[in-house]
Design a protein around this ligand. Structure first.
Ligand code: ZN
Length: 285
């Protein structure tokens, strides 16, 4: 929904900080050091696949704790790196965790900035893709409702099943409008705004399916409508007040609706879409 820029963090620096935090298990620290190159090249492959929308092609690890994932590093080793040496507040790598969280600026990228990020979410769940447990490009600040780790470790098996990747997906998902709102206003001025997916005609079928997947997975229709319900009455009242003063409808709409449309934080923001819907609504018919 909302683009997020990955902060400038060197992946080898992340691994160095993790290794520095591993006290008491020299064997694990050695293994990470020995496999550093392969971990970093897996990250590069991830980034390339993410940019082309092909992360779904990566094979998931079958639930076998004894499989070697990278070198002799096993799933449990990677989970330990994340839980014990990346998330833990006392460890040197925690500053990376915090830097990633701060970059979201208190707005969850999955639900269009409505929720407040509560933790880092693994875009590819660590239970099935443990090799990316501590890869910054796989770690996305998410609100509690959007947290994909909480969604039973779901991951996409087909291209169209992939939700948008806030760091890597194509600009068009973030620069072009693919959500539309319509509004109805009752006699008392109580408004209802409904949102639906409306990708541009020229997009590929796959891209159209992907935004629909995103929209449905994060229940955007419901959460956008809920947000709009708290604001629409104010806009309607303001427009009606101008009409009562004798200002014509087009002018009244321009005065009230143009600033939020032009200053919206991003193109598919719920308030911008609501104002576009109000602009289409006839207050004098
Ligand atoms: Zn969210």
């Amino acid at each position: 929904m909302k683009r997020l820029t990955l902060p400038n963090i060197q992946d080898d620096d992340v691994l160095e900080k993790i290794i520095a935090g591993i006290t008491g298990i020299p064997d694990l620290a050695d293994k990470v050091r020995q496999q550093s190159e392969d971990i970093l090249s897996a990250n590069q492959q991830y980034t390339a696949l993410g940019r082309s929308g092909d992360l779904y092609t990566l094979p998931a690890v079958i639930d076998d704790d004894n499989t070697d994932i990278i070198g002799t590093l096993k799933k449990q080793d990677f989970l330990k790196l994340y839980e014990n040496y990346f998330v833990k507040k006392s460890k040197p790598a925690r500053c990376i965790y915090d830097k990633l969280m701060v970059a979201a600026n208190e707005r969850c990228p999955f639900c269009g900035g409505i929720g407040r990020p509560r933790n880092l979410d693994h875009y590819l769940p660590k239970a099935c893709f443990p090799q990316f447990s501590v890869s910054t490009v796989n770690l996305i600040p998410a609100c509690r409702d959007c947290n994909m780790d909480g969604k039973a470790d779901a991951f996409a098996r087909e291209a169209g099943d992939q939700v948008l990747h806030p760091y890597l997906d194509q600009d068009k998902f973030y620069n072009e409008q693919w959500v539309t709102a319509t509004c109805t206003i009752d006699f008392d001025g109580i408004g209802l705004v409904e949102y639906s997916v409306s990708p541009p005609e020229y997009w590929s079928e796959n891209d159209k399916i992907r935004v629909t997947t995103h929209f449905e997975s994060f229940e955007i229709a419901k959460i956008y409508s809920r947000e709009a319900a708290t604001r629409i009455t104010t806009f309607v009242t303001q427009i009606k007040q101008l009409l009562d003063l004798g200002i014509n409808e087009d002018e009244a709409k321009a005065i009230i609706l143009t600033p939020p449309i032009e200053n919206a934080p991003f193109i598919n923001h719920w308030e911008r879409l609501m104002c576009l819907a109000l602009n289409q609504y006839s207050f004098t018919a």
